[in-house]
Design a protein around this ligand. Structure first.
Ligand SMILES: NC(=O)c1ccc[n+]([C@@H]2O[C@H](COP(=O)([O-])OP(=O)(O)OC[C@H]3O[C@@H](n4cnc5c(N)ncnc54)[C@H](OP(=O)(O)O)[C@@H]3O)[C@@H](O)[C@H]2O)c1
Length: 333
């Protein structure tokens, strides 16, 4: 049987999603965005990837976060998204905010990694082809390159916008000092940095501790947090061992060495706390990030629609009392 043509939920903007302004810009982003790092590669089933993308859009998740090397294999998450674009999302392109990045290892040789103009320009051209897009809404330098002059990387971002291949640019995982140069350079060239992307969750507080959150805001940029569930550790996934099919079982980006006794004890305590708040641990972990008005959005990953469905509830979670916040700190710090 032929699959019916996708038709998005008519109430997709009345389904409870909330949107926040991204720094000093015209852009609003959903509080929860969907990341395609895992579970959209050519090792995954297209049907599941499609179902998750459809569910996301049906529920007001209009921001999809990609990068050149998401998969595995490299490039295949963008290819999967390209299929979804062609089959489902093309009529809704103007409702979507799609990002990609370059900065990590992508192809062999000296031009397939880091921050040269040569790499960024070529990579974005490849990404657009894979995703069946004329432009991305947001293009990131995926990481700081200590060897390439920052001006070269930043000018490439400016020129990418001038060429119409991206509407906005952002930086991911740049140290604070280099981020300052980026904010200043990009603003001076009339392509202000839209957003800073960094890892942020209950266990990993670097953006707060290093002042990255405050710094982004002062410079008119938004902040979007990745791995908000610590790749699944901040959920009930590993409370009773390592389930088959889980990210630790796959042993790609999350190792079982992370699951120390101390960590498991912390997760159990956080899980109990979440229950007292009437939330799952995953919901509480997301609400914890969203409590902060320095944060524009969190990018969740998911391996099923059921996970995504649960995670969306975080948007309507109860506010934290000062005692609850102190208790979380006591458990993990
Ligand atoms: N800029 C960067 O350098 C960078 C780096 C990493 C990620 N990112 C972006 O951030 C996105 C999210 O990162 P992430 O995938 O690490 O995020 P995450 O939300 O911390 O982890 C997602 C994983 O947690 C588990 N999970 C999610 N919801 C669950 C639930 N309700 N119950 C139980 N388990 C649940 C699933 O693991 P299972 O697979 O085990 O089911 C899922 O694959 C990426 O897709 C990417 O777009 C950016």
């Amino acid at each position: 049987m032929i699959n019916p043509i996708y038709s998005p939920a008519a109430d997709r903007y009345e389904n409870g999603m909330k949107y926040r302004r991204c720094g000093r810009s015209g852009i609003l982003l959903p509080e929860i965005s969907l990341g395609l790092w895992h579970n959209f590669g050519d090792v995954n089933t297209l049907a599941n990837s499609m179902e998750m993308a459809h569910y996301a859009f049906d529920n007001g998740i209009v921001h999809f976060d990609l990068a050149n090397n998401y998969g595995p294999s490299y490039g295949s998450a963008e290819e999967t998204f390209g299929i979804i674009m062609k089959k489902s999302f093309l009529p809704y392109r103007d409702e979507l905010f799609i990002s990609s990045k370059a900065g990590y290892d992508m192809w062999p040789g000296p031009y397939g990694n880091w921050g040269s103009r040569k790499y960024l320009m070529a990579s974005l051209d490849q990404s657009l082809k894979r995703m069946n897009l004329d432009y991305v809404d947001l293009f990131y330098s995926h990481r700081y390159d200590p060897e390439t002059p920052l001006e070269e990387t930043l000018q490439a971002l400016v020129d990418i916008v001038r060429q119409g291949k991206a509407l906005y640019v952002g930086i991911s995982r740049w140290p604070k000092e280099a981020a300052q140069t980026a904010y200043e350079y990009l603003a001076a060239h009339d392509v202000p940095c839209l957003i800073y992307q960094g890892k942020y969750n209950i266990f990993d507080r670097e953006p707060e501790e290093e002042g990255i959150l405050k710094h982004a805001k002062e410079n008119g940029a938004g902040f979007i947090g990745f791995s908000p569930l610590a790749q699944g550790l901040l959920t009930d996934r590993y409370l009773n061992g390592i389930p088959a099919g889980s990210r630790i079982a796959h042993n790609t980006s999350l190792s079982k060495d992370e699951l120390t006794e101390k960590r498991i004890a912390q997760i159990s305590k956080l899980d109990e706390m979440a229950k007292k708040r009437g939330q799952t641990l995953a919901e509480m972990a997301l609400s914890w990030i969203l409590k902060d008005d320095f944060v524009t959005s969190v990018i969740v990953g998911a391996s099923s629609v059921a996970q995504l469905q649960k995670n969306l509830k975080a948007i309507h979670g109860p506010a934290f009392t000062p005692e609850e916040l102190a208790e979380i700190d006591r458990i993990v710090l």
